[in-house]
Design a protein around this ligand. Sequence first.
Ligand code: GRG
Length: 302
Amino acid sequence: MSTATKTIDFAAWSHGHLQRVEETLQRVLPAPEIAPQRLHQAMRYAVLGGGKRVRPLLAFAAGDLADADPERVALAGAAVELIHAYSLVHDDLPCMDDDALRRGRPTCHVEYDEATALLVGDALQNLAFHVLGEYRLADDMKTQLEMVKLLAAAAGSRGMAGGQAIDLASVGKQLTLPELEQMHIHKTGAIIRASALLGARCGNRLGEKEFGQLDLYAKLIGLAFQVVDDVLDSEGSTATLGKTAGKDAKDNKPTYVSAIGVARSRELALELRQNALDALAGFGERALRLRQLADFIVLRKF
Ligand code: GRG
């Protein structure tokens, strides 16, 4: 397959899967007319208002490795996206990053109010686990329970929430590269990693070695995602990003750009991508979408 054909093919693949994710999110979110209406409307505002949906796409791509049923993966991917959306709503609150723009629109607490935004995050987090418990997502219940624990660990104090705590405690400090890496492996990487692992768990059980290789890929690509995020924050525009650009420097946050500069950060993202691709070497064509997503994550402009 030529590079041009593969690229077009990726566009079609992601378009189809994005539609499936949107339909699934629409379906699992409470309808806006159900009481309490304002909370349900705000939840839908936070989740359905755009976003790249990289995490569900990673779940689908990893699902390919395990011949997973796309309907199962769509639900697992939706659960991850609900956790992601909750994290953004809480991250934007005045007590955290205090941001007014997200996905090109007013943040949830600006559009509604702070208390509602807090409840939106709480409710989305619970909805994510409801989805993992409500539908049949794996061949056996033991695996499905593993999936619940996997997402709980990724979102909790030893995952995303813990990474956010390190982030808040690091304002005004210059972290070493290993410290920065630790922060981001937790804050951003844990949920990205969980997306891929959950997608794979929806299908035939991968061997330990194969699951380990997927895990390695997911860790590397999660870190690459954050390195690129730091570069985009420093170089991108608010209009393209749909969120306030230049916020890390303004807030005096340690980033890859502040630690090693833009040029080296770009190189690092490419190195991480290459290492992630190397981790997939044994999978052959089954890992095509994971390879293409690695490229998308590293070469993206928003
Ligand atoms: C646990 C209370 C609590 C809060 C967590 C981790 C967190 C708060 C927020 C994430 C903060 C953040 C903006 C991290 C940078 C990397 C990142 C997750 C960027 C946004 O993700 P994208 O680019 O966003 O995938 P879209 O809008 O495309 O979904």
